[in-house]
Design a protein around this ligand. Structure first.
Ligand SMILES: Nc1ncnc2c1ncn2[C@@H]1O[C@H](COP(=O)(O)OP(=O)(O)OP(=O)(O)O)[C@@H](O)[C@H]1O
Ligand SMILES: [Mg+2]
Length: 360
């Protein structure tokens, strides 16, 4: 639904060049909620502004719903007719709501429809329908100053939906809100995604947001996407920074002569007694250093950091057993037990040979 290829944005600022985007390839599928996360200055807002051509990329292409926006003429407020039409099918939600204080809630929602030249009656009908959708039917005649932050953001979302967009872009829509309100606004975005089949690209610096609503996520650093995929894929990728951030499990080794392993459980594996099987099968004592269980995108996922006695070489077989059970097992480097876990590749372990064969 949204594809960027080789997207680059270089700003000229007081004679200096700032590369905000450095070859970003992003692919957001139809109907998914896609989160982009990264530290301040990573280029997240530049990315979203390039996706709807509020900023013209320095190079690269942006395709939304099959249309190459970069091929359309104009930029910013001087966009050509075709670009304006394409943009009206992309809704945008802002961190600070950007509502007009002198207009009522209803008039704020009607604003984009006015610009599109929709008649007064039709505008009012549509605005009231959207306010109902975001749970604010009773606030139509109120002014933004009379609303709470969460209510203002609901108005912002209703306004973003006025042009019946297929795509909603959101830049830190919840970062000015308290945790409770954040949850309800995220739930609204999720409901809209499911009810209207809306594709949502959201920018955030909060991992909780990704955990709560995103199907897929990308991590940006210095203008580049350094990791991306569905949350499930990321959690199954050894050494994934995003996975580690989504599921931080702490705990350092109790001594030098032990092996620390991060184990990730998905789906039906969460219900199996794998750790006790491991302990019985190999007769090892296992210490649990840390653990976390959560639901991500409707799936149960667990992470556990365990400690096995003996060095890595002595634990190749038990680690192989965990992997054979369909679990992800990453050996944590004792030098760097923090974030992200450095991965020591383990050779694929064969099951212990049967006694009979060993005699032959
Ligand atoms: N209009 C501009 N002119 C010059 N430099 C800019 C402009 N907009 C952004 N930048 C620079 O581009 C880089 C990326 O900025 P961007 O706003 O995309 O980051 P961000 O990831 O959204 O950060 P934050 O989390 O703080 O919002 C930064 O170094 C920033 O200073
Ligand atoms: Mg930003």
């Amino acid at each position: 639904m949204i594809t960027t290829t080789g997207l680059t944005k270089v700003y000229q600022s007081r004679g200096r060049e700032v590369t905000a985007l450095d070859g970003v390839d992003l692919h957001v599928r139809e109907g998914e909620v896609y989160g982009v996360i990264g530290q301040s200055g990573a280029g997240k807002s530049s990315l979203i502004r390039c996706v709807n051509l509020l900023e013209r990329p320095t190079s690269g292409t942006v395709t939304v719903d099959g249309q190459d926006l970069t091929a359309l003429a104009g930029r910013g407020p001087r966009a050509g007719k075709e670009l304006r039409a394409a943009r009206s099918r992309i809704g945008m939600v802002f961190q600070h709501f950007n509502l007009l204080a002198s207009r009522t809630v209803q008039d704020n929602v009607e604003l984009p429809l006015e610009i599109l030249g929709v008649s007064g009656r039709e505008r009012a009908r549509k605005a009231l329908e959207l306010l109902d959708l975001v749970g604010l039917s009773d606030k139509a005649k109120a002014y933004p100053g009379q609303l709470s932050g969460g209510q203002k953001q609901r108005v912002g979302i209703a306004r973003a939906l006025a042009g019946d967009p297929k795509v909603l872009l959101s830049d830190e829509a919840t970062s000015a809100l308290d945790p409770e309100t954040t949850r309800s606004v995220l739930q609204l975005l999720r409901d809209l995604n499911q009810q209207l089949g809306l594709t949502v690209l959201l920018i955030t610096h909060e991992m909780d947001v990704v955990k709560t609503v995103c199907d897929s996520a990308a991590l940006m650093r210095k203008g580049q996407v350094v990791e991306s995929g569905t949350v499930r894929e990321l959690l199954a990728t050894p050494g994934s920074e995003l996975a580690h951030e989504l599921f931080p499990v702490g705990g350092a080794a109790t001594g030098p002569d032990s092996t620390v392993v991060d184990v990730t459980f998905h789906g039906e594996a969460t219900g199996r007694p794998v750790i006790s099987q491991l302990s019985r099968t190999y007769n090892v004592d296992i210490s649990i250093l840390g653990a976390a269980m959560d639901t991500v995108g409707g799936n149960q996922i667990g992470r556990m950091r365990i400690e096995l006695p003996g060095r890595f070489e002595e634990n190749v077989v038990p680690i192989g057993f965990l992997r054979e059970q369909g679990l992800q097992a990453e050996v944590v480097d004792p030098e760097a037990p923090g974030v992200p876990a450095r991965i020591v590749p383990a050779p694929l372990a064969k099951p212990a040979p049967l006694a009979k064969e060993a005699v032959k």
